[in-house]
Ligand binder design. Sequence first.
Ligand code: FES
Length: 174
Amino acid sequence: MAWITKNSGTMQIERRTEPYLTDEMKRDLEAKVVVRYPTRRASTLPCLHAVQEKYNYIPHQAIEEIGAFLGLPASEVLDTCTFYEMFFTQPRGKYVVWVCQSISCELLGHEKLMHGLEEKLGILPGETTPDGKITLMHAECLGACGGAPCALVSETMHENLTAENLERIIDSLP
Ligand code: FES
């Protein structure tokens, strides 16, 4: 496996004047999230979720803002954010299709599902269709091994899939 290196030292962060983590979001997070944890650091994941839910991804400016809000270095928030595949630091599609590639799904045809979608959508895992509708992703075990092969389409789990019925599900997305 090749390591992909990024020139973080000279990376430019795209900025906008208004904050992503608005005062209203901060008040809400303070009252409903931060109070539930023994340290502010422990609220990092819910804060990342809140930003991603509102903007559909987590811009680097928002990572700095979460750091400032929680009293953490932005690098620590970025480490946490990039550790988990569910967080996107670039805009993602309206729908994210997670095709499970772990053992049960692998044995029962994950490859056919993925290749079918790659061909249908003209993208590879990790990419988004040019119309911004669908992002295709590999997933590790989705916890539904009894229904393998399976895929998560945004928030909905689909089990016992064939390439054909997964394509039908994709076609039915508004
Ligand atoms: S292996 Fe696919 S859901 Fe567990």
